[in-house]
Design a protein around this ligand. Structure first.
Ligand code: ADP
Length: 265
């Protein structure tokens, strides 16, 4: 569904690209339909850039800074048909405020559907279904600026989910959330996974993704250096996790759910 083949990428706009500005180096990754893949690694290793290449939002894309091929469902990215890509790939950013176009939650959830010219009645029905399915009913018809960070993140997920993308890209979605909001995010992502969406995300916190991630991809300095099965990640020591840039949590302090409490990731 998503492939990176020998991908190198630089944000440099000049003709000559110094080797030091190449932020992705010979990356190969093949993601199957329905897989949930988590990119991890220290800040600056290239996770966000990978996501931007998939949703077509990498700046300088058209300046010849991409070598190799990025494909989503056989479509080459960058594509001249960005609207088609954005229908196919839904994105949830680290800070959801940067992705809102509307002042009210229902308008925001409808945004992608309006762009698809969905008839009003059908859109209303779709939004009701999404709100029910994702347990967002009490967030409808609200002023977006009065929502908490976690609620904003839920609306961002609902908005993406409503437009039925095949691929969902999430960039450190838990980074600004409290524990209760992370648990709600966990449910939202689980629903997407159960619905067969292909999910590519970057995260430092891994405990809340346990049971839904198929593979963890560790990056360092623009390269993929290792792939972990979930069972291997669970077996890492605290010291190893810290070395990999993973954020530790203390489940007792944070009152996390009992079934995840033994996965101190
Ligand atoms: P991560 O998500 O792992 O923190 P990023 O993909 O954001 O890593 O960044 C990878 C590298 O690319 C970093 O060195 C960062 O400084 C650089 N970078 C990211 N965005 C830009 C940009 N818009 N212009 C120039 N350099 C950038």
């Amino acid at each position: 569904m998503v492939t990176f083949e020998n991908v190198s990428f630089s944000y440099q706009t000049g003709m000559e690209t110094p080797a030091s500005s190449v932020v992705l180096k010979d990356v190969n990754l093949h993601i199957k339909k329905g897989e949930c893949i988590v990119l991890c690694g220290k800040s600056g290793c290239g996770k966000t850039t990978m996501l931007r290449l998939v949703n077509g939002l990498a700046p300088h894309f058209y300046a010849g800074n991409l070598q190799g091929a990025v494909r989503v469902h056989g479509m080459d990215i960058p594509s001249s048909d960005l609207p088609k890509i954005s229908r196919f790939v839904g994105s949830v950013f680290q800070n959801p405020r940067t992705q809102f176009f509307h002042m009210d939650t229902t308008g925001e959830m409808a945004f992608n559907l309006e762009n698809q010219n969905m008839p009003r009645e059908k859109m209303k029905k779709r939004l009701e279904e999404v709100a029910y399915h994702l347990h967002l009913e009490e967030l409808l018809e609200r002023d977006i600026f009065e929502l908490s960070g976690g609620e904003k993140q839920q609306i961002a997920c609902g908005s993406v989910y409503a437009s039925l993308p095949e691929v969902v890209v999430l960039d450190e979605p838990s980074s600004n959330l409290d524990m209760e909001s992370i648990q709600k995010l966990q449910k939202l992502i689980r629903t997407m996974k159960e619905d067969g969406k292909t999910i590519l995300m970057s995260e430092h916190r891994l405990w809340y993704l346990s049971g839904m991630t198929d593979r963890y991809i560790l990056m360092d300095n623009g390269r993929i250096i290792r792939e972990y099965e979930p069972i291997e990640i669970n077996a890492l020591t605290q010291q190893e996790r810290t070395a990999l840039g993973l954020r530790a949590v203390n489940p007792q302090q944070l009152h996390i759910m009992p079934e995840t409490a033994n996965r101190n990731l």
